[in-house]
Design a protein around this ligand. Structure first.
Ligand code: SAM
Length: 288
């Protein structure tokens, strides 16, 4: 089977099967072989690795992954793509296609079945309508995952990789950076897809290292502080924390913790790094 990652081959397959794109599934298929090759290269996938691909579509990226990896497990929600995948991946004996919603899959079980419980590498051109839930599920499911290299909306990639102080910095940045180190590895324009998305895209690589920058910090308490800090972006951090009904800290706790960190009462949450949020949380929980 010819490689699908050129417009003519993708169009031929789509016409042959009379496939109609489902907007609700975020279906934008890659048609640039440089991009597919680059994603695989940046993912670091090699002959030892088992890859979890989310949303193989017609199998464009899957073909490249199958050539680089030991094996590939690809989870696709759209049943109408299954006969297509059967044909386009027929030449590869190391690919398993599962039909289902990635958000409803038991990921630890999947890692156990297909990789003996060893860490998976996740590589995907993600459906943009559920990027954040998928990435958070990969981190929080308890499944062994060593890295996640994914195409996402450019703006989302920038939020994941942002530094304190900028407008892109927020709760998503801190959540992602709690679990992983994030690095944008490529920018991809709309003309690399059929159909063209309305937004620019970027490939981001997340190397999983849960909690390493927050030693001794209670994860639940940390995430509660971060959520409260960004619930009202225009307010000061002190006001957000003091007025958050879901936090158990008193106004005095908050003032004392900020003072101990040498931070002014006027500072906003967006100015604090993850390490500072972690220290703030430790001080607040110690005062309880
Ligand atoms: N990998 C292909 C490519 O690069 O050309 C297709 C990528 S397309 C952006 C996203 C794919 O994810 C589609 O095939 C879509 O049907 C699938 N998808 C959408 N929601 C999904 C879900 N919840 N679980 C699994 N796959 C999903």
């Amino acid at each position: 089977m010819d490689k699908l990652a050129v417009p003519a081959n993708t169009i031929a397959v789509i016409q042959k099967y009379n496939f109609t794109f489902q907007k609700r599934y975020g279906q934008n298929f890659l048609v640039d072989p440089r991009v597919t090759a680059r994603i695989v290269e940046e993912s670091g996938v090699g002959p030892e690795d088992t890859v979890l691909e989310i949303g193989p579509g017609i199998g464009t990226l899957t073909q490249y992954l199958a050539e680089a990896a030991r094996s590939v497990v690809a989870v696709e929600i759209d049943r109408s793509l299954l006969p297509i995948l059967e044909e386009t991946l027929a030449g590869y004996d190391n690919v398993t296609v599962l039909c289902g919603d990635i958000l409803k899959m038991n990921l630890p079980e999947l890692a156990e079945t297909y990789n003996g419980g060893k860490p998976l590498k996740v590589v995907a051109n993600l459906p943009y309508y559920i990027t954040t839930p998928i990435v958070m599920e990969l981190f929080e499911s308890g499944a062994p995952v060593s890295s996640v290299t994914v195409m996402v909306q450019k703006e989302v990639a920038q939020r994941m990789q942002a530094s304190p102080g900028g407008k892109e910095y927020g709760a998503l940045t801190l959540a992602v950076q709690y679990y992983a180190s994030a690095r944008i590895v490529a920018n991809v324009p709309p003309n690399c897809f059929i159909p063209r998305p309305d937004v620019g895209s970027a490939v981001i690589r997340l190397d999983v290292q849960e909690g390493v920058s927050c030693p001794g910090t209670d994860k639940k308490a940390l995430f509660a502080v971060i959520r409260a800090a960004f619930a009202q972006r225009r307010k000061t951090l002190a006001n957000c924390l003091k007025n958050a009904p879901e936090l158990p800290y008193t106004r005095e706790d908050v003032t004392a913790a900020l003072q101990q960190m040498g931070l002014p009462e006027t500072i906003r949450g967006e100015a604090l790094s993850l390490e500072q949020f972690a220290r703030l949380t430790r001080l607040l929980t110690l005062q309880r």
